[in-house]
Design a binder for this molecule. Structure first.
Ligand SMILES: Cc1cc2nc3c(=O)[nH]c(=O)nc-3n(C[C@H](O)[C@H](O)[C@H](O)COP(=O)(O)O)c2cc1C
Length: 217
């Protein structure tokens, strides 16, 4: 697939079919993901691929934890956000909500429990970073995530990044036996989109380029 077509078409999927993805198919994606650039070619990413009954067990545990702790998807800011950022966040909720109402779903429950369930995807990929690295290396993980979602799209798969798992990092480590010195950075739901689900029938907009760029020349 043409790169620009993949960039324009890709979107986060929030309803997956249960159809399995093979280990070979996931390896094919990951072999290309690790072609991503990284500082000093450190290639600091580590992937935990959770599938089959283990993925179902992970989802069940995370949903239970969400119901107990009620820690929700949030931007995770450390100071109040400037108005333009808050506005974009609110707009994305408003845009998604009518589609969830069609499904008779409450927004918070759908997004939080859905994230804990990787939206029903058969595969959860967890990207980790050794905590000996500085936080600057999160940039490399982010590039890897960007490569992952586009390469998966190229092969006909759908994805949704799942940041909510950070809130449950200690539990994730216990459930998946992740060593203490590894930080859980981001999860990725991977599978085939359910085209019938209203949750997959919208595409999130982008703000005007003028609102992001300052030209210095
Ligand atoms: C780092 C990161 C974390 C995210 N975490 C979640 C999440 O926990 N749950 C979720 O439903 N979507 C999550 N998303 C998806 C974003 O909501 C989505 O990328 C954004 O709304 C833009 O939509 P698009 O991906 O369809 O273009 C995350 C995306 C990124 C990049």
């Amino acid at each position: 697939m043409d790169l620009l077509k993949a960039i324009k078409e890709r979107k986060s999927t929030r309803a997956f079919k249960p159809d399995k993805v093979s280990r070979q198919q996931i390896e094919e994606i990951l072999k290309l993901v690790i072609d991503a650039p990284s500082a000093i070619n450190l290639q600091p990413w580590e992937f935990i691929v959770v599938m089959g009954e283990e993925k179902e067990r992970l989802s069940r545990r995370l949903i239970k934890l969400y119901r107990e702790k009620q820690i929700s998807c949030s931007p995770g800011n450390v100071k109040p956000l400037a108005e333009n950022f808050s506005k974009r966040g609110a707009e994305s909720f408003e845009l998604m909500n009518p589609y969830l109402e069609k499904m008779g779903q409450d927004f918070n429950r759908f997004v939080n429990e859905g994230s804990c369930n990787f939206y029903g995807a058969p595969v959860a990929v967890i990207m980790c970073l050794d905590n000996a690295f500085s936080k600057a290396r999160l940039v490399d993980i982010g590039i890897g995530l960007g490569y992952f979602v586009l390469i998966a799209h190229h092969f006909g798969f759908s994805t949704c990044p799942i940041g909510l798992i950070n809130a449950y990092e200690d539990d994730m480590k216990e459930i998946l036996n992740i060593p203490e010195n590894k930080d859980v950075v981001i999860g990725i739901a991977l599978g085939y989109a359910d085209p019938e689900s209203p949750a997959n029938q919208f595409k999130s907009p982008r703000d005007s380029l003028d609102n992001f760029v300052k030209w210095v020349d």
